[in-house]
Design a protein around this ligand. Structure first.
Ligand SMILES: C[S@@+](CC[C@H](N)C(=O)[O-])C[C@H]1O[C@@H](n2cnc3c(N)ncnc32)[C@H](O)[C@@H]1O
Ligand code: SF4
Length: 377
């Protein structure tokens, strides 16, 4: 049976960043207790319906779950360990905004053993342009405070920002990799539809780098990380060692099992030999009402077809250096991965494959989705 994890979505943020299209809402003095209770009831409903399992990961994501006090985090962790069993070495991650660093010690005491700090940039002008509420000094301080708790620390950066030069990014990333972190997630700025950034791009107020510039910055990123001892193990993720890899994200990339609770959360798990997909109500009040009325917070529960399941295993698996499992995909689809595509993509240096696995090369990672579509054809 696949490894199992729990994703909890906490949707509140102190302010909404202009580039973000996650399911987020301004906290504006909202009460936490009704949402915490609904999330816990939803977890229980999942367990009753689909069985109780041992979780190797509990991920508190958002939104900004670092707005939660230690006793609120403890309530979530206690509920997860009462309803499911948490493995002795369960990875318990908190997505944390730098400005919340004063709460890190109580959050660690509550049971968080991995902080994923959203530094985003170490350049004050860039942070301002991203609409962030913290400066570079606060980001560095947050990393130090997180490291001082003795827990695992990862940081997120956004690059390929407007006007970002290669030399500046090399310097910024090099300095970031000197910080006391074991893991970094480095995302190219994506202009998501319907965000404030998308409107500014439409009006010509922001001109993001073109594909060629972004590709150059991507290659530079791989080179700097490699040299600093942070090899990439997924398109956007780098770790100092194998044990520093994000176990929770590996569950996604390996198409393992996880439940998703909290507004807008998605789950994927195996139950009675079927691959179940759930999606929770996105709006906080709808989510709380759904849990009160039906016991569960999801709007949709569907069973993936074997073809859909195979496509996910392929799309997610090729992103990592482990690669996607060819036999697993063939068994699900009832036919192998497109052999012609395997040949021509590997001849062009975009993928590598053997009898067991197929994975993207560094060049292939720039066009991951197109390659997955070719292989699935
Ligand atoms: C769900 S967000 C939450 C993190 C946390 N609230 C914060 O802001 O630091 C997770 C990560 O996604 C990345 N992200 C969000 N929107 C993005 C975008 N439009 N382009 C690239 N990366 C993005 C950021 O690096 C962010 O840290
Ligand atoms: S980037 Fe983080 S803080 Fe900003 S709106 Fe998105 S989830 Fe909230």
């Amino acid at each position: 049976m696949s490894a199992f994890g729990i994703y909890v979505h906490w949707p509140y943020c102190a302010a909404i960043c202009p580039y973000c299209d996650f399911n987020v809402y301004r906290a504006r003095g909202a009460e936490n207790a009704p949402l915490l209770d609904a999330i816990i009831a939803d977890m229980e409903a999942h367990a009753q319906r689909f069985g109780r399992r041992e979780a190797v990961s509990l991920f508190l994501g958002g939104g900004t779950p670092s707005l939660l006090r230690g006793h609120e985090i403890a309530k979530l962790i206690d509920a997860a360990s009462r309803i499911y069993t948490l493995a002795a070495d369960c990875e318990i991650t908190l997505e944390a905004n730098p400005e919340d660093h004063a709460l890190f010690a109580e959050q660690a005491a509550a049971g968080v053993n991995r902080f994923s700090v959203g530094a985003q940039a170490f350049d004050d002008a860039a942070l301002k342009a991203l609409g962030r509420r913290h400066d570079a000094h606060a980001s560095r301080r947050a990393i130090d405070v997180a490291a001082a708790t003795g827990r695992r620390v990862s940081l997120d950066l956004i690059y390929a920002r407007e006007g970002q030069g290669e030399a500046e990014w090399r310097e910024e990333l090099t300095r970031a990799l000197e910080l006391p972190v074991e893991h970094v997630s480095l995302y190219q700025l994506t202009i998501e539809p319907k965000t404030a950034f998308a409107r500014r791009v439409d009006r010509g107020q922001i001109v993001p780098p073109d594909d060629e510039k972004a590709a150059t910055l991507y290659e530079l990123t791989q080179e700097v990380c490699e040299a600093a001892g942070f090899p990439g193990y997924e398109i956007s993720n780098h770790a100092r060692s194998e044990s520093a890899r994000a176990l929770h994200n590996l569950l996604y990339w390996r198409s393992a099992d996880w439940i998703g609770v909290g507004p807008g959360a998605h789950g994927r798990f195996t139950h009675a030999a079927a691959r179940i997909a759930t999606e929770a109500q996105a709006r906080v009040s709808d989510y709380i009402d759904a849990v009160r009325e039906h016991g569960v917070g999801w709007i949709e529960e569907s069973t993936l077809t074997n073809e859909e399941n195979a496509d996910e295993v392929l799309l997610m698996g090729v992103r990592t250096i482990e690669g996607a499992e060819l036999q697993r995909i063939a068994a699900l689809r009832g036919r192998p991965v497109n052999p012609e595509a395997l040949t021509w993509l590997s001849e062009r240096g975009l993928i590598e494959y053997d009898n067991d696995r197929v994975r993207l090369t560094a060049r292939g990672r720039l066009v991951a989705n197109t390659i997955a579509a070719e292989l699935a054809a």
